[in-house]
Design a protein around this ligand. Sequence first.
Ligand SMILES: [Zn+2]
Length: 253
Amino acid sequence: MLIDTHAHVNFNAYKDDAGEIIRRSLDNDTWLINVGSQYSTSKRAVELAEKYERGVYAAIGLHPIYARDKFDYKKYEQLAQSSKVVAIGEVGLDYKEEYASFKGKQKELFLEQLQLVRKLPLPVIFHCRMAHKDLITILDKQQKANKEQLKGVVHCFTGSWAQAEKYLAMRLYLGFNGIIFKMNLDDIIKKAPLDKILIETDCPYLTPPSASTERNEPICVRYIAEKIAQIRSISYEEISKITTENAKKLFNL
Ligand SMILES: [Zn+2]
């Protein structure tokens, strides 16, 4: 089996066929975590997860690109009461040009959500684009100031090996998706400890080139497993097994 640790079947791209997509995923022995980016999509992720006995989970959070929206701590705290909520995410920093004008707000929101993380406590799905330096600084401070260490994954990792090493030293996982077909991350994938690698689709985005549909979906996580197996020169079965174990361990599935 496989686990797509970062999917968005809770997004509008699947408003007409979310049930069908999830069924296809479960029928192919692929579990998934739908990740929220706003309150509405977080709530939708929980609603979807609650329809299935097992195999479908939710992460809730306010994405940094929406950092100018109000973060309603209480409402998220209430959502987190569902046993299907396995992480807070995606949260973090996004310094892409159009969002760089509110870096301060992003940091504020991120710290606010980390408070919720500590209260619950749950693992975190970190989103980080062009902001690894600041994210590492914040997490480093957090890890030093608190007895309880944050657990989590840096999803869609595209940083350098030096940055990867810093996250690994904080015992965080690295998440890889279809971006590995666009950017050359082979060196990082080769060096990362196998027990710290997670696979994901980030669907509907980042469709792997060998997928038969234009819109990405959780079953396509197998292409990520295949590519990583090839880069590591190990079998597909082995990479499936270890990444599934990693996901189950981190998210307590
Ligand atoms: Zn995402």
